[in-house]
Ligand binder design. Structure first.
Ligand SMILES: [Zn+2]
Length: 81
């Protein structure tokens, strides 16, 4: 693959309502977050693993005007690195 194959800036996601293309929130509804801890000899705790299960919808929200951008969520998730 050549370096020129990188996505062009025109692929940036932006809010159709206010034009924001910087700030976005991902909101998970009805999520259960379980963390497994081991207690150390000195009484402190070390997290071993996180196990997050989302049972509800995941929404993508504009960070500026709070518009629901969930229709872009698949594209958003494909651009997470
Ligand atoms: Zn917006």
């Amino acid at each position: 693959m050549q370096p020129t194959d990188l996505p062009a800036p025109v692929n940036r996601l932006s809010c159709p309502n206010c034009g924001n293309d910087n700030d976005f929130y991902e909101i998970a509804e009805d999520a259960v977050i379980t963390t497994h801890y081991i207690q150390n000899q000195d009484g402190s705790f070390t997290p071993l693993e996180d196990d997050s299960q989302v049972h509800g919808d995941i929404k993508l929200i504009c960070g500026q005007c709070q518009a629901d951008l969930s229709i872009f969520y698949q594209r958003f998730s494909e651009m997470l690195f």
